[in-house]
Design a protein around this ligand. Structure first.
Ligand code: GLN
Length: 236
């Protein structure tokens, strides 16, 4: 059975471990680069991305994380984890922040505002129903949440949501390089790009296991591909 790693530096890693246990899957806490060698896929939890980046630097994890993502193993970032996986993050105060990257998108780190502007809402996610049948909505828990402003052509949008009226106004750079206030009335909050899944909200804080099962299916797909490649090599 696939072993799912959970980056356990900071944030909601215990909640992801519990969510995996609920569906009978073995989760392994990852804190050091060598521990990535023993897992088939990885969840990067929500939390505080600047602190997580500092801790990841301290443990010299960035090169190994980049290799893991680039190697095609399934990776799921929730909230701060999404920020980690983005190729570009904006809304970061002085000094910038190191990112793992791999996901072709621009994310705004605190798009929905501060802790006080945290909220829950119902999201329409047709892909969840496509996999399992039944309900095509899920509860989105947004805590100091980021949002995805732009995606590349290989990125599949799984969910978007209306922009709440009380969110602080946000300045973005247009394709022509001009600074303008973000004025769309919806924003992207869940995407998939090949082996990468990213959600701006926290499925691990709900009792709905469908996102974890969705990720495990990505894991199974990648194991089947690896097995097929191996059989091909050995038959040559
Ligand atoms: N906006 C937060 C950050 O920068 C992420 C919040 C979360 O993971 N709940 O890291």
């Amino acid at each position: 059975m696939a072993v799912v790693g959970v980056l356990a530096l900071q944030g909601s890693y215990n909640e992801h471990m519990a969510a995996l246990r609920r569906i009978g899957v073995k989760g392994v806490e990852v804190r050091k680069p060598e521990q990535l060698l023993g897992v088939d896929s990885l969840i990067i939890p929500g939390g505080e991305s600047t602190t997580m980046a500092k801790l990841a630097n301290y443990h010299n994890l960035f090169p190994a994380l980049r290799e893991f993502v680039g190697g095609g193993k399934p990776v799921w970032g929730t909230c701060a984890g999404l920020i980690f996986l983005a190729n570009k993050a904006v809304g970061i105060k002085s000094g910038g922040q190191e990112l793992v990257g791999g996901l072709d998108c621009t994310v705004h780190r605190n798009f929905f505002g501060s802790q006080l502007q945290s909220f829950e809402t119902e999201l329409l996610v047709p892909k969840l129903a496509e996999k399992e049948g039944g309900n095509d909505t899920c509860r989105g828990v947004f805590i100091r949440a980021p949002a995805i402003l732009e995606v590349g052509s290989d990125v599949e949008i799984l969910a978007d949501c209306p922009v709440p009226a009380d969110r602080p106004s946000i300045t973005v750079t247009s394709a022509e390089g001009a600074e303008e206030v973000y004025s769309k009335d919806r924003v992207i909050v869940a995407v998939r790009q090949g082996n990468i899944l990213a959600t701006a909200f926290h499925p691990e804080l709900t009792s709905d296991s469908r996102w974890h099962r969705f990720f495990l299916d990505m894991d199974k797909e990648s194991q089947t591909k690896a097995f097929a490649a191996l059989s091909l090599c050995s038959s040559e």
